[in-house]
Design a protein around this ligand. Sequence first.
Ligand SMILES: Nc1ncnc2c1ncn2[C@@H]1O[C@H](COP(=O)(O)OP(=O)(O)O)[C@@H](O)[C@H]1O
Ligand SMILES: [Mg+2]
Length: 251
Amino acid sequence: MQLLKLGGSVVTLKDTPETANMEAINSLAKMLGRVWKSGIHDIVLVHGAGSFGHSLVIEHKINEGVRTCEQKLASAKTHAACVDLTSLIVDALLAEGVPAISLPPALLISQTNKRICKFDEKKVLDYLASGYMPILRGDMVPDTELGNSVCSGDQIIARLGKKAERIVIGTNVDGVMVDGKVAPLITSQNFAKIEAHLRPSNSPDVTGGMAGKVKELLAGKVSAYVANAHHVERIEALLMGKKALCTQIEF
Ligand SMILES: Nc1ncnc2c1ncn2[C@@H]1O[C@H](COP(=O)(O)OP(=O)(O)O)[C@@H](O)[C@H]1O
Ligand SMILES: [Mg+2]
């Protein structure tokens, strides 16, 4: 299994509420259509929520618990927006001949205090084994302490990643940047030094940005490539087992 994460920074315009980046979605779908037709059928795609999630979560302050009727309405609206974004991605993939099937995180995942405590990974693996491309996303999921909480696409990747042969994290920068250059390799040994270079992103983000991403991967003890998904040829190369400009994260 290969895991491909498409960040909210790629599939949405992160600073414009509920706006998809259709140009990026369409060119990624075309690329995935090519990869699929070349016989690579082992990809699970996880996308971030970007401007379909983060701004609603911040506006309604539902990152620390969903209890009141008003918060439940906000949580349901956030979920509905995330579903809309998935539909756009699935439709683009279907148009390119990829049998993409959306699997709702709220049905597969439960959290305790914003951390995954249950994940029915078998559903994902079964769909993959039967010849589909499972599509998951960062979304609101049930939480035993908070009612509902945000489960980031990065956390889903770290969790599913334990069973993956390759993880490709597509974002809107060329990799993890240190002094204006792409850091070629991050390990738990050099992360403390690199962490100082990771600023919060300028766009609304409730799941920790680049620092959150790298921490999830290292904590989950999974290796991954972080690459710029606005350059689809880099993602394509990595999925085909070739080299491309990226940061390699090696736990
Ligand atoms: N040193 C760094 N290297 C790479 N990205 C960084 C760094 N510092 C901050 N960032 C920010 O992290 C963002 C990527 O994280 P995030 O916004 O969560 O992306 P995504 O939506 O793809 O998950 C980049 O767009 C960038 O603004
Ligand atoms: Mg993010």
